[in-house]
Design a protein. Structure first.
Length: 231
């Protein structure tokens, strides 16, 4: 792996995990020393992160981790709704195997096991499996690339959400319904279930942001979706 690719992967992971928080200064000198590379690979990595929307110009000639406030989150979910609803419609129309039946059963089992001590990491991994299955079934390369670019931002926003067991149980049931609708080739139900899930997810993220004092008065624009994967 090239030094710039390694620096990019490391910094992107730290941003998504909130080890580098919004607004954090991304100093070429400091990062090069910490990552054990020269400044050139770091500069290339920062340029890629800016192109991804995960980094932004700061004061002067500095670079910072891109901010993430309530307005950013709402805009993110507006795009997410447009892309994910179309993806599940196409997946329901084009799916060819039994993947979604199996995912439905696993989500239903997960929902029943929440009270017994849910492995949150395993749950999010299962939600990611559903994303992969929808992408494969939709068989729409340009749409898939757009979704993959969006998901890094979704992961970062999800860190603001409350991982309470009641919400995770509801999310698992929402995912089960999405999977079942795709398995049954019901495009309308798949899109509706996804919209409901995204609405609940967005509200959960916004509540988490407000609890941290980072949002001020939260006003979701009329007609804006509120939703998410796994949250």
């Amino acid at each position: 792996m090239r030094a710039s690719d390694q620096a990019y992967a490391s910094l992107r992971d730290e941003i998504l995990r909130w080890e580098l928080r919004p607004g954090s200064l991304l100093s070429e000198v400091d990062l090069a020393a910490r990552l054990g590379v020269s400044r050139t690979p770091v500069r290339e990595a920062l340029a890629r992160l800016e192109a991804d929307g995960l980094a932004a110009p700061g004061r002067g000639r500095t670079t910072v981790v891109a901010p993430l406030d309530a307005t950013d989150v709402v805009h993110l979910f507006e795009l997410r709704q447009a892309l994910e609803l179309e993806a599940v419609r196409l997946a329901a129309r084009r799916r060819t195997d039994g993947v979604f039946e199996a995912l439905t059963r696993r989500f239903e089992t997960t929902a029943r096991s929440v009270g017994a001590g849910l492995d949150v990491g395993a749950y999010y991994a299962l939600a990611s499996e559903l994303d992969v299955a929808v992408d494969a079934a939709a068989a729409s390369p340009y749409l898939t690339r757009a979704l993959q670019g969006l998901r890094g931002h979704v992961v970062r926003a999800r860190r603001l959400a409350h991982d309470d067991m009641a919400r995770l149980e509801r999310a698992a049931r929402e995912h089960a319904l999405i999977s079942r609708a795709v398995a049954e080739r019901d495009e309308a139900l798949a899109a509706h279930a996804t919209a409901v899930h995204l609405d609940a997810s967005l509200r959960n993220v916004l509540e988490g942001l407000a609890a941290q004092g980072g949002a001020g008065p939260l006003v979701v624009p009329s007609g804006a979706t509120t939703s998410s994967e796994g949250v």
